[in-house]
Ligand binder design. Structure first.
Ligand code: 3PG
Length: 307
C-alpha cells in the first residue's frame, strides 16, 4: 500500500485534510500526518517510509530528501518551491511539483487587507486615506499578480504591472498598464505589490535604487518572500523618508530595529499567513493529493518543477 505523508509545520484546515484523505482513501493509499513539528528530526523520521509527501513552506532539503528512502514525489501545496532542494530531488529520482494558482486569491486578499489597515493608520481612529484613485504597481504578473489586479480595479485603483516573462498583450487584456522597465514601476506607483519568487536573481533585489524612487506616500507590500528585500536598503529608506510604509506577510530579519525606530509605519504577520484560508488549503491540498494519485496511477508529471 502506498503511503502519503502530509508534513505541515503550519497545518491545513481540518476540512482540507479530510478532503485529501478522501482522495488518498479512494486510491487505496494510506495517509499519515505530521503537523506542527518543531524538530527536523521528526520530519526525517516521518519521511523515511513514505512514497509521497505533501508540504507547504516546510523545508525539503537534501537531508530530508535523502531520508525518504522510498520517496518518489514531493508536492509543495502552494506556489513558491524555494523550500525544496530541486537538485537533491533530481539526484534521488524524486519528482518535485507545486500547485500553481491554487492559493493565489487568498494571498491577493491579504495584500489588500494590509493596505487598507495601513491606509487607515492601523485603525487608530485618525483620518487615513483611500486606495481609490491611487496607482498600484504589480511586480510580477503571475497567478497572484492577476488577482491583485482584479481586486485593485474593484477599489478603483490605477493598475500597472512589470513582468518581462509575460506577454504585454496578455497583461493589457486585463486592463492593466504595462511598464517595461522595473524602475518605472517604482517611480510611477505609490503602492507596489511584490509577487516575484525567491531565486538567486531576485534575492535582495528590492533595493534602495528602486524604493527611493517611489512617489510620496510610498507603500511596499510584500506577500512574496522576505528574502527578496535588501533589508539594509529598506532601513535606509525608512530612515530617509517619513512617508515610507512597509507591509509584509512574515517578519523581516530586521523587525526589531524597524519596530523600535519606525512605529506605526509597518505591519508584519508573525508567521506567513497569505495562503492560510480554508479555501486556499482545500484548493492547494486537494490539488496536491490529486497530482500524487495521477503521478502514481497515470505517470502524469504535469507541474513537475525539477529536471
Ligand atoms: C506559496 O508560496 O504558496 C505561499 O507563500 C504560501 O505558503 P504556505 O503554504 O506556507 O502558507
Amino acid at each position: 500500500m502506498r503511503k502519503v505523508l502530509i508534513a505541515t509545520d503550519k497545518p491545513f484546515a481540518k476540512v482540507a485534510v479530510d478532503g485529501i484523505r478522501r482522495i488518498t482513501d479512494a486510491a487505496g493509499y494510506e495517509l499519515v500526518l505530521l503537523e506542527k513539528y518543531t524538530d527536523k528530526a521528526d520530519l526525517l523520521k516521518a519521511v523515511a517510509d513514505v512514497d509521497a509527501m505533501i508540504i507547504r513552506s516546510d523545508i525539503a532539503d537534501k537531508d530530508v530528501l535523502a531520508a525518504g528512502k522510498k520517496l518518489k514525489i514531493v508536492v509543495r501545496a502552494g506556489a513558491g518551491y524555494d523550500n525544496i532542494d530541486l537538485a537533491a530531488a533530481t539526484e534521488h529520482n524524486i519528482v518535485a511539483m507545486n500547485t500553481p494558482g491554487q492559493n493565489s486569491n487568498a494571498v491577493a486578499e491579504l495584500a489588500f487587507g494590509m493596505m487598507v489597515l495601513m491606509a487607515r493608520n492601523n485603525y487608530n481612529g485618525s483620518s487615513g486615506s483611500e486606495l481609490r484613485g491611487k496607482k498600484i504597481g504589480i511586480h510580477a504578473y503571475g497567478n497572484v499578480g492577476r488577482y491583485v489586479a482584479k481586486i485593485a480595479f474593484g477599489f478603483g485603483m490605477d493598475v500597472y504591472a512589470f513582468d518581462p516573462f509575460v506577454k504585454k498583450d496578455a497583461i493589457e487584456a486585463d486592463g492593466v498598464k504595462v511598464v517595461t522597465a522595473v524602475e518605472d514601476l517604482y517611480s510611477t506607483c505609490q503602492y507596489v505589490s511584490l509577487h516575484i519568487p525567491a531565486t538567486a536573481q531576485t534575492k535582495n533585489s528590492i533595493n534602495y535604487e528602486l524604493l527611493s524612487k517611489m512617489p510620496k506616500g510610498a507603500t511596499l507590500v510584500n506577500t512574496a518572500r522576505k528574502e527578496v528585500i535588501c533589508e539594509e536598503d529598506l532601513l535606509k529608506v525608512f530612515a530617509e523618508r517619513a512617508d515610507f510604509r512597509y507591509l509584509s506577510d512574515i517578519e523581516p530579519a530586521c523587525k526589531a530595529e524597524i519596530a523600535e525606530k519606525f512605529a506605526g509605519k509597518f505591519f508584519f504577520t508573525p508567521k506567513k499567513i497569505g495562503a492560510q484560508t480554508e479555501e486556499a488549503n482545500i484548493n492547494a491540498g486537494l490539488a496536491a493529493a490529486n497530482q500524487i494519485v495521477n503521478f502514481f496511477e497515470k505517470g502524469d508529471i504535469s507541474f513537475k518543477v525539477n529536471k
